[in-house]
Design a protein around this ligand. Sequence first.
Ligand SMILES: [Fe+2]
Length: 284
Amino acid sequence: MKILFFALAVVLCYILWQKWELTKFRVTEYRVSSPKLKGRACAAVIADMHGFSYGRGNRRLLEEVRKLNPNAIFIPGDMLVSKYSGTYEVALRALQELARIAPVYYSYGNHESRLRNPEKANHPLFMQYMSKVKEAGVIVMGTESREISLGENRVQLSALELELDYYEKGRIVPLEQDYLTEHLPAQKEGLYQILLAHNPAYAGHYIRWGADVAFCGHNHGGLIRVPGIGSVISPQLTWFPKYDAGLFQEDGKNVIISRGLGTHTFHVRIFNRAELLAVTFLPE
Ligand SMILES: [Fe+2]
């Protein structure tokens, strides 16, 4: 009887703790610098929101973004959950508000890419969602590059939308070494390079391609994190993903992987608080 009571108490504590963990997010700050930058600038990065709302109309998330007074808002995909059309409206409202704060650049995650398929039941709804998102002034990017202003800097912003084959469950499908050079326009000499790339499994490719900073999501921090080890499993069901969350640096290049702001399917976050990224860009 005592054991049963103890087990019930543990389950109850876990449920309460998860309910608390899943409704909070933190602001994680990063600084990147480069001689290619002329002045200080700030960007908010929102990844994997999956139609989640922090307070009514995402009030708490929007407040935090406003406080940052960002020069740009970068979204490396998965604003919604492809199979739950109710998440589209939440994502749309958040995007409409975000576009009033700063220019929003939104690239595709696997959930958006899936909905491009006209055979998907939610495809017509997704097309309506996308047209309203664009009407709100959000700049939606497929695999492409554009030159943008970031504070007093001119930078080149690229977005990478990978085919769904690269999201196969249970394994990481090898990506051809020259995939990025073949699919993206050439980098303009002397411009700071920002890349929005949903899938962090190919962080090495992003660095070798020459991204000064790449923003990724998709892993949700690995759902469960073990101190000293990191992510246990990715939403793509790969164990102990190498590129799990946080900052990875090589040859002066940066890949920043967000733990995301929402969840789907497995609503679990253990030692893995959701996060909004606040990135400061500095001249070197
Ligand atoms: Fe994803």
